[in-house]
Write a protein that binds this ligand. Structure first.
Ligand SMILES: [Zn+2]
Length: 381
């Protein structure tokens, strides 16, 4: 019931936009988006282990993974849907589609644009349906810029269309057509946007209103993991600043080519890349674009405190500065347990939440899922 209420609230909020620009909003605890920081938000940490029983920290990424990758798909690409579902199922990935909505609304070129039933099918399989605007308009070189009121409509109406037609999904993110970013306008409707600047996002300077377009070539995986990369060459100069970062990978049509042979070659190429990526699932969080964008912004504004800690019970408080109706992604908390504990039970606001024990150097730690501002977190053996 609470989930349904929250969803309705989120939809109502999205539907009643425009809002004051979130980054300058009056309520500093209910921000819609963080946008771009003036300076790094923190120093990039390695994976750390709190020393004293009861001591807790927010993991940089979900399940204490080292880095994050989101697989995103632009321009609808209906001919690829079955293939993507099969690949996602095979590897346990959840994907993000950035959908151009006008063609779907008007029932135009269904074989490429898809129907609302197609998008519902993907949402029901746990994938995320987000906005690539209503019409994919971008100003061509030498042409006048798109009027602001048109941009408002492109962002606002596409999100509203998805939220009106697709359930099991909240549309709150935008991919800019041709990467043409209009952050101030997007900030009134979206919690995060993806651009097309080709690089990983550094974890401590993510521009949530214009997230870079990454890749999952081996070189990118290596720099995310803080390892040396030979290719691509420019990543060598990166001075480890991309370690622990986030790549939002952009796909277009996979079944692409003039002949069947070309199409087969293209499909095989991507299948091999996904197969390779799957090998890193234990170290890299493969999360949807909104899930990673929410996690990052909750983490970047989180305050975690140990309220009390003794041999039988640890109580924690977790708050953030993001909009509670939209930011519902659990953060992973790492809590040093008393030595006698070998199992853990956790609840938040009186309801059970996921928790598991991991060991490091002979000490026990709990990894606990908790959403900021949803009540006290209590651990017991
Ligand atoms: Zn596009």
């Amino acid at each position: 019931m609470r989930t349904i209420l929250r969803r309705l609230l989120a939809l109502a909020l999205l539907a009643t936009a425009p809002f004051a620009a979130a980054t300058t909003g009056a309520d500093d605890t209910q921000l819609r988006t963080l946008g771009k920081p003036d300076k790094p938000r923190f120093e990039i940490p390695e994976i750390t282990w709190p020393a004293d029983p009861g001591q807790a920290e927010v993991c940089l990424w979900k399940d204490d993974r080292y880095a994050a990758i989101s697989i995103t798909i632009d321009d609808n690409c209906r001919p690829d849907h079955d293939w993507w579902l099969e690949q996602a199922e095979k590897h346990g990935f959840k994907l993000t589609w950035f959908v151009i909505t006008d063609g779907v609304m008007e029932g135009r070129n269904k074989g490429f644009n898809g129907t609302w039933a197609d998008w519902q099918r993907l949402a029901d399989a746990g994938h995320s349906i987000q906005s690539h605007t209503t019409n994919h308009r971008a100003a061509k070189k030498g042409e006048p810029p798109i009027p602001d009121e048109d941009l408002h409509a492109m962002y606002r109406d596409s999100l509203a269309a998805i939220n009106a037609h697709v359930t099991n999904n909240v549309a709150c993110c935008i991919a800019y057509p041709r990467g043409e970013a209009h952050e101030e306008i997007a900030a009134q409707y979206a919690i995060a946007c993806r651009g097309v600047y080709g690089a990983p996002s550094e974890v401590n300077t993510v521009d949530y209103l214009n997230v870079n377009e990454g890749n999952y070539e081996q070189g990118y995986i290596n720099v995310l993991l803080g390892e040396t990369a030979d290719e691509p060459k420019w990543l060598n100069k990166a001075d480890r600043r991309f370690r622990r970062g986030w790549c939002a990978v952009l796909h277009h049509l996979v079944h692409h080519g003039h002949t069947q042979e070309e199409i087969d070659r293209s499909v095989a190429y991507y299948e091999k890349k996904l197969e390779n990526l799957a090998k890193y699932k234990d170290r890299i969080w493969i999360g949807t674009f909104p899930a990673v964008a929410k996690y990052g912004q909750e983490r970047d504004t989180a305050t975690l405190k140990t309220v009390s800690s003794d041999a039988r019970r640890i109580a924690l408080s977790l708050a953030d500065r993001m909009d509670d109706t939209l930011f519902d992604e659990p953060l992973t908390l790492k809590v040093r347990l008393p030595d006698a504990w070998r199992t853990v039970r956790a609840e938040q606001g009186g309801r059970p939440v996921a928790a598991r024990v991991v060991e490091h150097d002979g000490a026990a730690y709990a990894l606990v899922d908790a959403v900021p501002d949803r009540g006290e977190i209590v651990l017991s053996p």
